[in-house]
Design a protein around this ligand. Structure first.
Ligand SMILES: CC(=O)[C@@H](O)[C@H](O)COP(=O)(O)O
Ligand SMILES: NCC(=O)COP(=O)(O)O
Length: 259
């Protein structure tokens, strides 16, 4: 229980440690250690640890996932593509959560949501295999009614709405994308799904998202790692959690300088 968290969970923060591994891999050293980052993030208020084992292993490696799984006090949310290799690996690791994401080797970062409508049969088979191992399955999708409907139909119990378009929006588009996410949260909750969100969120654009009722969890990585370069890792996690909780509770929170 984070000291920032009132009784009961207001909104969960999933800290994505991918880009700790990006820095490590830049020189092929053992530091910074993603496992240490994960354990410190938990102590600083993270409610779960998210990590994306990409097909090209550009940041998180198989060994990171295997080593971290038994160490976490909270829970592991493993992001993976819908491939035989990744689904079998996830069934071997048995994280509490798996989030199925789209992946293209040439992409810089995740560009959109999983097209559950188009790949319904493949996603359905993956969801079934993971659920048989006792793993809770989330689908990383756009805030699109057809994708949300397909996610519920295919047997997922959780969806994570891709907030990339909101994060990249400018001017009047910001309000439009925020409304699209609000409608997606409502649509998912109406269908009995647990609704999460993530991608491209940072210390200012997170506030309107965290304020959306019925949103259970935000997965945030790149911005926390970036802020940690100046504020320190644990401060960066604590500050993000505080901002999210304050936004959800409708109270103002002004981080002290250098927090
Ligand atoms: C699915 C998602 O939004 C995150 O996992 C994101 O993919 C972070 O990893 P990358 O920066 O490698 O895309
Ligand atoms: N699913 C979103 C995630 O895990 C983190 O995405 P980002 O904050 O690194 O863009």
């Amino acid at each position: 229980m984070s000291f920032l968290q009132p009784a009961g969970q207001v909104i969960d923060l999933g800290v994505n440690i991918d880009h700790i591994a990006t820095v490590r891999n830049a020189r092929g050293t053992t530091y910074p250690d993603p496992l240490r980052a994960a354990l410190l993030a938990e102590q600083a208020g993270a409610d779960l640890i998210t990590l994306h084992l990409r097909e090209d292993r550009r940041h998180i490696k198989d060994a990171d996932v295997l080593a971290l799984r038994p160490l976490l006090a909270t829970r592991m949310n493993l992001e993976a593509a819908v491939t035989r290799e990744m689904i079998d690996f996830a069934c071997q690791v048995k994280p509490q959560d798996v989030c199925l994401v789209p992946e293209r080797r040439e992409e810089v970062t995740t560009e959109g949501g999983l097209d559950v409508v188009r790949y319904y049969n493949e996603v359905e088979a993956a969801v079934k295999q993971l659920k048989e191992e006792g793993i809770r399955v989330s689908l990383f999708i756009d805030a699109d009614a057809r994708q949300i409907e397909a996610a519920a139909a295919v047997g997922a119990t959780v969806i994570e709405l891709h907030t990339g378009r909101y994060a990249e929006a400018e001017g009047n588009e910001v309000a439009h994308e925020l409304e699209r996410i609000k409608l997606g949260v409502h649509e998912g909750a109406k269908r009995g799904l647990r609704v999460n969100a993530g991608h491209g969120l940072h210390y200012t654009n997170v506030q309107p998202i965290a304020a959306i009722p019925d949103l259970h969890e935000l997965n945030i990585g790149h911005a926390i790692v970036a802020h940690a370069l100046f504020a320190g890792w644990e401060n960066a996690v604590r500050e993000m959690k505080a901002i999210m909780v304050a936004a959800r509770l409708g109270v103002s929170y002004a981080p002290k300088a250098g927090a």
